[in-house]
Design a protein around this ligand. Structure first.
Ligand code: NAI
Length: 327
């Protein structure tokens, strides 16, 4: 079965060669799936896509017309897919529901520690023979309160690590995770989480209920100097409101692995080009902001899992059975 893989980087090609079923015939396209590139899918039974590929109704219609029958997501989040349109067009969509929650949780904690203890600055200072400590003062996580929004797979993995640091944990989710309650976290209304947390980390999906949940109103409720971490989806945050909160010192530290307009930036080397996104450039001017380019998932273990589950999803489609990972 022929599969067109979009947004395919070198590591995707290597991973598919190592771990996907050899009966699947992959063609790799470096660029994203969008209305133009959708026209390239003639003759392919399936497309394989990632977080920033465009799966809006017009693109899905184009895929259907080209003869594509299935969309295999190499990710868990599916906010970029018009699921209703896919159903209407009888296009099957399957995802990788969990490839390594620990990978994302560990990156979240790496961002917390780096921002708090200013490791990004210390690294450069020491290489410059500057061993002064001024400006590197951090705080103990032990005894502080962390607020987690979303306690599914990644939120729960993050909670377990933060409990290990001796933090108090306040959580908000539309579904309570009993295992976490037993481990010592407390579920609270969102307003209480905003008000009482020293550190807030987002782990819920992006949907109409959660879009811009970090906005001027929620920020106003937060502690002065709060640390905010987002490794989930950029759209959870109103970035302009966050910039204002950085300027007013409401936010003391900001760690982002995702950004609302990341599709124009992330997963490519733009070091020789001018970046036109003024909001993103403004974020980079703050010394207390750490941004990584959607790399939280990026571990050996996660890549292997992504390839194997994607391959199983494609084989299920080929054999006209369900893998259980369909949307
Ligand atoms: P999950 O489905 O296991 O957990 C999501 C949790 O959010 C669930 O417990 C759900 O009840 C909760 N939730 C849903 N609506 C909510 C709302 N309105 N308010 C509060 N909680 C709500 O998903 P998982 O695997 O933990 O992933 C979380 C998110 O992390 C994904 O949606 C994805 O966007 C992001 N992600 C980011 C990656 C990265 O590399 N930066 C990699 C993988 C996922």
């Amino acid at each position: 079965m022929k599969v067109a893989v979009f947004s395919a980087k070198k590591y995707d090609q290597t991973s598919f060669a190592d771990w996907a079923d050899p009966s699947l015939e992959f063609s790799f396209f470096d660029g994203p799936l969008d209305p133009q590139s959708a026209k390239l899918t003639q003759g392919y039974a399936a497309v394989c896509v990632f977080v920033n590929d465009d799966l809006s109704a017009p693109v899905l219609t184009e895929l259907k017309a080209a003869g594509v029958g299935m969309i295999a997501l190499r990710c868990a989040g599916f906010n970029n897919v018009d699921v209703a349109a896919a159903k209407e067009l009888d296009l099957r969509v399957a995802r990788v529901p969990a490839y390594s929650p620990e990978a994302v949780a560990e990156h979240t904690v790496a961002m917390i520690l780096c921002l708090n203890r200013k490791l990004h600055k210390a690294y450069n200072r020491v290489r410059d023979d500057n061993f002064a400590l001024d400006g590197l003062l951090g705080f103990n996580l032990h005894g502080k309160t962390a607020g987690l929004v979303g306690t599914g797979r990644i939120g729960a993995a993050t909670a377990k690590i933060l409990l290990g640091f001796g933090m108090e944990l306040l959580c908000y989710d539309i579904q309570v995770n009993d295992e976490l309650v037993k481990a010592g976290v407390r579920y609270v209304p969102l307003e209480e989480l905003w008000t009482k947390s020293d550190l807030i980390s987002l782990h819920c999906p992006l949907n109409p209920q959660t879009q811009h949940m970090i906005n001027a109103d929620s920020l106003a409720l937060m502690k002065d100097g709060v640390m905010l971490i987002n490794t989930s989806r950029g759209g959870l945050i109103d970035t302009k409101a966050v910039i204002k909160a950085l300027k007013s010192r409401k936010i003391g530290h900001l760690g982002l692995d995702v950004y609302e307009q990341e599709a124009d930036l992330f997963f490519q080397d733009l070091s020789g080009q001018l970046i036109e996104d003024e909001v993103f450039k403004r974020l980079l001017t703050f010394p207390n902001v750490l941004i990584t380019g959607h790399q939280a998932f990026f571990t050996q273990e996660a890549l292997q899992q992504i390839c194997q589950v994607t391959s199983d999803n494609l084989l299920a489609f080929k054999a006209n059975r369900l893998s259980g990972n369909e949307l």
